[in-house]
Design a protein around this ligand. Sequence first.
Ligand SMILES: Nc1ncnc2c1ncn2[C@@H]1O[C@H](COP(=O)(O)OP(=O)(O)OP(=O)(O)O)[C@@H](O)[C@H]1O
Ligand SMILES: [Mg+2]
Length: 266
Amino acid sequence: MSEETPEHSQTRIIAVANQKGGVGKTTTVINLGANLATSEKRTLVIDLDPQCNASSGLGFEPTEEPTLLEVLLEEADQPTILSFETIPGLDVITGSPDLVGAEKLLPQAGSDPLQAVNRMIQKLPNQENPYEYIFLDCPPSLGMLTLNAFSAATHLMIPVQAEYFALEGLTSIMESLQVAQARMNEDLNLYGILITMMDLRTNLSRQVEAEIRNHYGNKVFRTTIPRNVRLSEAPSHALPVTLYDFWSSGAKAYMELTKEILRNGS
Ligand SMILES: Nc1ncnc2c1ncn2[C@@H]1O[C@H](COP(=O)(O)OP(=O)(O)OP(=O)(O)O)[C@@H](O)[C@H]1O
Ligand SMILES: [Mg+2]
């Protein structure tokens, strides 16, 4: 690797974002991240949410020192990188409750407040075997942390719940994507829209799916994620769903999504 080559230039950095809460962002980060690592793609999950659900869902207490906020404020040089022991190749930088202070404190720090996550990623130790995927689990808002994810990412993945107002929420985040591309990061690509929490017993889910596909065509992943109680139980056992209940419909769906991504070479 030449000295000019950025250390993580081959890495897909995927912001998983939607300003709407509870649409499956964290569930997607945990399960897609775990499956890609199982497929021997080195993967790092960065938990940018003060709720720290991605951290706790993988069994990590969000109490590591330095906290992620301290690293983003450049009060500490390097974050602590933890390994999920059951799946080699799955690493985590945990979130921290003090991230609620990011909104106020990042703009007060010296450097460009929207580049804090990018700076941290660029400074990660140079590994012989760099990450192929870095997932940024965003909080449900378009605040400082999500905008930082948009600045740092190469791709944006948008989980959307198959419910009545899905399209309206999508329009709003697609507008944010365009603004981010125009003002902050012209290299940010739409990775795809993922329809989550499909309820296959009702027509509504299928209608919403049809509408989303009608509007966004091939920007929507073929795979959809069903509503499945195993997906909501797995985090309390600190496990991705494939390790919690391999045969569940949720596990199958996230495996299918992983295959779709690997098949597309994306
Ligand atoms: N496909 C699914 N089937 C059933 N429950 C699900 C599914 N996906 C997510 N859940 C559950 O729904 C809740 C919200 O999911 P999740 O935390 O992934 O959403 P989020 O978008 O990250 O939320 P937030 O905006 O608060 O960060 C969680 O309790 C989760 O376990
Ligand atoms: Mg979340």
